[in-house]
Design a protein around this ligand. Sequence first.
Ligand SMILES: [Zn+2]
Length: 277
Amino acid sequence: MNIFQNKLRMITTTLLLAGLCTVCLTGCSTPIKGSADKPSVTIPSTSNTGGTPDKSGGTTPSSSEPTQPAPQPDKSPTDYPHDPAKTPDSITVLVNKQSNALPDGYRPADLYDDPNLPFIFSGHDEKRLMRKPAAEALEKLFAGAKKDGILLAGVSGFRSYELQKSLFDGYVQQQGEAEARRYSAVPGHSEHQTGLAIDVSGSTGACAAENCFGDTQEAKWLAKHAYEYGFIIRYPQGKEAITGYAYESWHLRYVGLELAKTLNDKGLTMEEYFAGK
Ligand SMILES: [Zn+2]
């Protein structure tokens, strides 16, 4: 039995039991509109009494199920493929709640402010930065969308460790750490720090990084076509227990053409794919 598969199963069980599927968790927290990309969904205050979702306590299978394999010891984070601590520059690096953190102070060397990429704000801002391969692919994606009459714009791309820490610490002060972890990535565990992720909206910025974006033509176009440009909807609908985050129709992750097509064709998340599914 693959340890990682087992681990995923444990995490899935834990999250399902905690009722977290109805909760919007985001690794995207951004200062846009003052609400971060904490979507405008009501977060039940009575769930998650079992602790933070990214702790690896898991749940012990019932002893009345003899066919259930024995719980595996906690998986060493270094067992992950594309470990962020070792290969932070990999296009397919897997950054999530269970992974190692990105190295201290990690900042991609090829961050690029692409003048051809429209954003919903004007002026220079670090949020405009992306790694160059991702920015160039996003340019093509925006152009492809435009041909279909869909006008897209960036909302928030790169986010430094320091900014994520500032955001996360603010949420902890306001609501406590357990609550903060439910929708904001712990510093060092945000995909935005890789320079390979970006939150996208329509060019008007309506519903930017909010759940209502999922109902827009722009979101539907992205869900259908993003993979053609090497991007995936990183936190798809129905995979909350696996990715650790609720559906985020706006959060694109660049993984390259090959992996994006594979994940799209098989309907898999990065977690599932790397677990050998
Ligand atoms: Zn995001």
